[in-house]
Design a protein around this ligand. Structure first.
Ligand code: GCW
Length: 679
């Protein structure tokens, strides 16, 4: 049922009647015939229109009496002069939506240069209706900011999902046939098309070499066939040792000819099965994965070998920069140190995939200093949509503010305004390829993401990948209306809940620049005290918080690891000085005494306590706001979220108490009286 969340934001339930009457006049539609992409766009419009308005679309063979014209060539009927001009701005995937008055009647034209553009334009029009926008004065010209907008599934071939909190893999280890599950795959495809996702990596970056066996190539091909009409390409994560493990070669050294031949042959096999295959994603010499360094070769040697194999077919290599070793320098510095010297050595079809922050998907990190530091190499950004370090699918955390904060960060590498967004979208250094990836949060749960609100993170990631200038609040408002209801009390309260949620989780987990205090390996819940004999030190929270009687925090200033110097001026100086370092990153860059005075007049210890307590108060407020909404939506989803919020409040307290009491064993200072007083 729609109440289960199965239909995501494509519920298409009947709109309030005043809105229905705005849209019903557009039921006479001329939809230019075309490919399967055009066909699915047309079907989607039909389904949405009747759902939202209760009126069936009448598709006409001739355009003349129609109020809605959709197609690549439809402007020939009306010859609106600036449409041709605007189409030039739309490139391959963009679209134009334009309202005009002809013979006293309002009409709409949706046009584009390609079938993909028509698909996205149709979904944009549907979204306008879903969110209750008037259609009589539209003049929309859009094109996506990134060329590749991807989901990364960390799905293992055995059906488990690494860091997945919404059930098992939708792709692998099914007993059911693909046909039996077609409905789910098509929902996935429609959902992604509706937000502009145009590629998907179907297996975990910790890649099983078997994925290159014929059996799996065939499976990939079948998924590719299903997704193709929705303008979604499939990509594969590969294991660098595949030539040895499945090819039986003595080595996987990228400079050996037999190894190169092996990859060329494999790539050929793949393209025979999937002519529009997207390319490879590679995690190499990272967390124990094999890679070119096993043979004394560089990341560039490894990436270029694969790039050469893919080049003739137009495929790309996304080579991850998530590298760090326990014997090395400050973990936050290592990716930069390893990759910056390789700038200029990668082939044109290699993109370096960099996580948003220098450590690992924390509730807050500064942006990775790699962004902007490799002018000759396209760098793509990887966000994590699944909430590995943010309460799994139990905590309501709206991630668009986190992503937006990173994308809007100014790197200052060229001049002011060199944001992470324009570094990665290819405009700053004029790269041919640009890409953005989100580690998917979906699984076989009926509602796809475990928490109903985690659907918003899938949605928002896609919207920001399409256009990083969108505001998180606007994206949230769209999503709430499409997913739940237009009831304005509900929309505004839920918007408020969502917009508070990210800062709340930062506060109750890791305020003021603290990071990686989560439990060993599972990363759920607080464990700043963890000590495991023989464990990798850089996987222990102590490595990051360094709490002692002297103080707390990681000294990354010039007197410490000097990670600050990986940032351009004026950021370097700003981060380097605790007086000018943003307070929300203070303990990321500095180790400070407990009685250090902040601009608020409070000591570091007091301020830390305030943040932890505020985190809990915020979640309680979120809970109260939700509780007041009973009856405004179906009980099924209302109660599900209500239950999750109970868990979140309880766990926010767990985080607060665990961290404050643990750190108090070092600070030996009292918790400020007004925080401690009984409720
Ligand atoms: O976030 C860490 C996770 C690993 C993950 C790794 C990576 C896929 O704890 O589970 O492995 O990052 O991004 O490669």
């Amino acid at each position: 049922s729609a109440e289960s969340g199965e239909a995501l934001w494509m519920r298409y339930l009947k709109l309030p009647s005043d809105l229905q009457s705005l849209y019903i006049p557009y039921a006479q539609v001329y939809f230019e015939e075309g490919s399967s992409t055009i066909e699915v766009a047309k079907q989607e419009l039909a389904q949405a229109f009747v759902g939202l308005t209760g009126v069936d679309i009448k598709f006409q063979k001739k355009p003349f009496k129609c109020s809605l014209l959709i197609g690549k060539n439809v402007n020939q009927f009306w010859n609106i002069p600036d449409i041709e001009k605007n189409l030039k701005k739309c490139a391959n995937e963009g679209f134009v939506i334009r309202s005009v008055k002809r013979n006293g009647v309002r009409r709409i034209i949706v046009t584009a240069n390609t079938d993909a553009g028509i698909l996205y334009g149709t979904f944009a029009l549907i979204r306008l209706m879903q969110t209750g926008c008037p259609l009589d004065s539209l003049n929309i010209i859009e094109r996506p900011k990134y060329k590749f907008r991807l989901l990364n599934h960390w799905d293992n071939l055995d059906g488990t999902v690494e860091r997945g909190y919404a059930g098992r893999s939708i792709w692998w280890n099914r007993k059911e046939t693909l046909d039996a599950l077609k409905h789910q795959y098509l929902t996935y495809a429609r959902a992604n098309a509706s937000i502009g996702i145009n590629g998907t990596v179907l297996n975990n970056v910790n890649a099983n070499p078997k994925v290159l066996d014929q059996e799996y190539i065939e499976k990939f091909a079948r998924f590719a066939d299903l997704l193709r009409p929705y303008n979604i390409k499939v990509f594969m994560s590969i294991n660098f040792s595949s030539p040895v493990i499945i090819g039986g070669l003595p080595s996987s050294d990228p400079l050996r000819e037999d190894v190169q031949q092996w990859w060329n042959q494999k790539v050929k096999e793949i393209y025979e099965a999937i002519p529009d295959f997207g390319g490879f994603l590679v995690k190499a010499n990272s967390e124990g994965q094999p890679g070119p360094q096993d043979y004394g070769r560089s990341h560039a040697d490894g990436a270029n070998m694969l790039a050469r194999a893919l080049e003739p077919y137009g495929g790309i290599v996304m080579w991850r920069a998530f590298v760090y070793s326990p014997s090395g320098d400050d973990r936050a510095k290592q990716a930069y140190d390893e990759f910056v010297p390789l700038d200029g050595q990668f082939r044109d079809n290699v993109i370096i995939q960099v996580k948003n922050g220098p450590i690992d998907f924390q509730p807050r990190e500064p942006f990775s200093p790699l962004f902007g530091a490799m002018e000759k190499t396209p760098l793509m950004i990887e966000f994590q949509i699944t909430q590995e370090y943010l309460g799994f699918s139990d905590h309501l955390v709206y991630l668009a503010p986190l992503q937006k904060e990173c994308l809007d960060s100014d790197t200052y590498v060229k001049n002011e305004g060199s944001t992470v967004a324009i570094v990665t979208n290819g405009t700053l250094f004029k790269h041919q390829y640009s890409a953005i990836a989100g580690v998917a949060n979906i699984g076989r749960d009926i509602n796809w993401t475990g928490h109903h609100f985690a659907q918003a993170n899938w949605y928002a990631f896609g919207r920001l990948a399409w256009n990083h200038n969108l505001k998180p609040e606007d994206i949230a408002r769209e999503w709430i209306k499409m997913t739940f209801t237009h009831d304005s009390v509900f929309v505004e309260s839920v918007l408020d809940i969502m917009m508070r949620s990210r800062e709340a989780v930062v506060n109750y987990m890791t305020p003021m620049g603290l990071h990686h205090l989560m439990g060993w390996d599972h990363h759920y819940g607080p464990a700043p005290w963890t000590d495991i004999e023989g464990a990798r030190p850089d996987w222990l929270p102590r490595y990051y918080h360094n709490a002692s009687e002297e103080g707390i925090g990681f000294n990354r200033s010039k007197s410490g690891s000097n990670a600050v110097s990986q940032y351009a001026e004026p950021l370097c100086s700003m981060f380097n000085n605790p007086k000018t370092c943003p307070q929300n990153l203070l303990l990321w860059f500095h180790h400070l005494p407990w009685d250090y005075r902040l601009s608020s007049g409070l000591t570091l210890w007091q301020e830390l306590c305030y943040h932890y307590y505020r985190g809990v108060d915020e979640v309680k407020l979120m809970q109260k706001k939700w509780d007041r909404l009973r009856g405004r939506i179906d009980d099924e989803r209302f109660e599900h979220v209500q239950h999750k919020l109970k868990v979140q409040v309880r766990e926010a307290k767990w985080w607060r108490d665990a961290c404050v009491l643990y750190f108090q064993t070092f600070s030996k200072m009292p918790i400020p009286y007004e925080l401690e007083r009984p409720e």
